[in-house]
Design a protein around this ligand. Structure first.
Ligand code: B16
Ligand code: MG
Length: 218
């Protein structure tokens, strides 16, 4: 039986993906890589350095920077991103999420966070949601990022639960792959063709209710 929920942050709890995209777009322009929606989508759920490597590859510039220069570009992106995050308020919580978190907590489900973002604790504080996520996977401690199953496996482990008793909630294809690899039930939020590997598909966060999930699982 399901006892816990493991949440992605960006794209599920709040839409920081537009902020990540804005911040990376500036870096792409700087290194001469063309920017498009497919590239923006491919960066979802991917770690900061993996994202930079994808952008450099897109511009055929993967061999043009030293590790120190790449570190500086990643830091510059994060500075751009933090300026946007610092303007966030609880109004940036996606529709239905606060009610869903309250519903889950009241019903006795355990909650954890499986975000690839090193800025996740700050984002949760800005949203006023830190109290729901006292258990969170530290992305700095991971050997492999999404789509590897490690982050969602750890999301269950920190709750003391078997992955089979957990539902993972994701908006990115790489994240759904990670959930399924960990042996959890996957809810995909967004385009069902992109998230075809999920067990349950919802087009947006307003559909996240226990009643809707139970209907889909029966
Ligand atoms: P940071 P998630 C991911 O968060 C984002 O989707 C991805 O675009 C970002 O590069 C990654 O976090 C790392 O973020 O640079 O803040 O450490 O979707 O796993 O919550
Ligand atoms: Mg996400």
């Amino acid at each position: 039986a399901i006892k816990g929920f493991v949440f992605d942050l960006d794209g599920v709890i709040t839409d920081t993906s537009t902020f990540h995209s804005q911040a990376w777009h500036q870096i792409a322009d700087k290194v001469g890589a063309s920017w498009n929606d497919q590239l923006a989508d491919a960066l979802k759920g991917i770690s900061r350095m993996d994202s930079l490597n994808l952008i450099l590859a897109q511009g055929h510039r993967e061999n043009d920077f030293t590790p120190a220069q790449k570190q500086a570009l990643a830091t510059e992106k994060n500075t751009n991103y933090l300026q946007l995050v610092n303007q966030m308020t609880p109004a940036n919580i996606l529709p239905g999420i606060t009610a869903f978190l309250a519903e889950l907590t009241t019903a006795g489900y355990a909650l954890s966070l499986a975000s690839a973002s090193k800025n996740a604790p700050l984002v949760l504080r800005k949203l006023g949601l830190s109290d729901y996520f006292t258990k969170a996977v530290d992305p700095a401690s991971l050997k492999h990022g999404k789509p590897d199953p490690e982050i969602f496996r750890r999301g269950a482990e920190i709750l003391g639960l078997n992955p089979a008793d957990c539902i993972g909630v994701e908006d990115a294809a790489a994240g759904v792959q990670s959930i399924k690899g960990a042996g959890e039930t996957a809810i995909g939020i967004g385009d069902p063709t992109v998230l075809a590997a999920a067990d349950i598909n919802f087009t947006d966060t307003t559909q996240l209710t226990l009643a809707n999930i139970k209907t889909q699982l029966d």
